[in-house]
Design a protein around this ligand. Structure first.
Ligand code: NI
Length: 181
């Protein structure tokens, strides 16, 4: 296992459409999946996509723990690796609920991003098995964020405006305002 370097906004790999993976069982893909999980945990991220570790391939890793997703079953997900993921929108992403997102490739910032609250997704696991799920809430959000990375899209591209773009160290101002209203 190895920790991988994380690409930061401005590197072209983050703006490139990633290539499908022909063989999930190939040794380099097995190694990549394991290393991405280790790298995500080390960076305290909820998800990570291939291009973020300079691998322009269609693979994502994520988890949606109950602390983030809440009690609703479809809003949570165990540690998951999906190869060649595809999303089906059960509810449209436009005008979906906005919530805070951050990105390991855009350090120290958070922004409010509208996302579909209910999606389906499918792809292959690291053993070549089919993964097919419905996702809601935070689970749906993290999958949409990671699949966007495979298409060269960053969360800031999905923001309706930049008023909410906030340094993490200042976010308590906005949270206090929201809780107080
Ligand atoms: Ni990201």
């Amino acid at each position: 296992m190895a920790l991988l370097k994380i690409a930061r906004m401005g590197h072209p790999v983050l703006r490139t459409v990633a290539e499908p993976i022909a063989d999930p069982l190939a040794p380099e893909i097995q190694r990549l999946g394991v290393d991405m999980v280790e790298t995500m945990h080390d960076a305290h991220g909820a998800g990570l996509a291939g291009p973020q570790v300079y691998e322009s391939r269609r693979i994502i890793v994520f988890h949606a723990p109950v602390e983030r997703g809440g009690p609703q079953t479809e809003a949570t997900a165990p540690l998951t690796i999906v190869i060649n993921p595809e999303i089906t929108f059960i509810e449209p992403p436009e005008d979906g609920p906005a919530d805070w997102e951050g990105c390991l490739s855009i350090p120290d910032l958070r922004g409010q991003v509208p996302r579909s609250p209910h999606i389906g997704y499918k792809g292959l696991g690291l053993k070549g098995e089919t993964i097919e799920r419905e996702a809601k809430g935070f689970h749906a959000r993290v999958v949409q964020h990671e699949v966007d990375h495979l298409d060269g899209v960053l969360y800031i591209d999905r923001m309706k405006g930049f008023n909410s773009l906030t340094f993490e160290s200042e976010i308590h101002h906005l949270l206090a305002k929201r809780e107080g209203s």
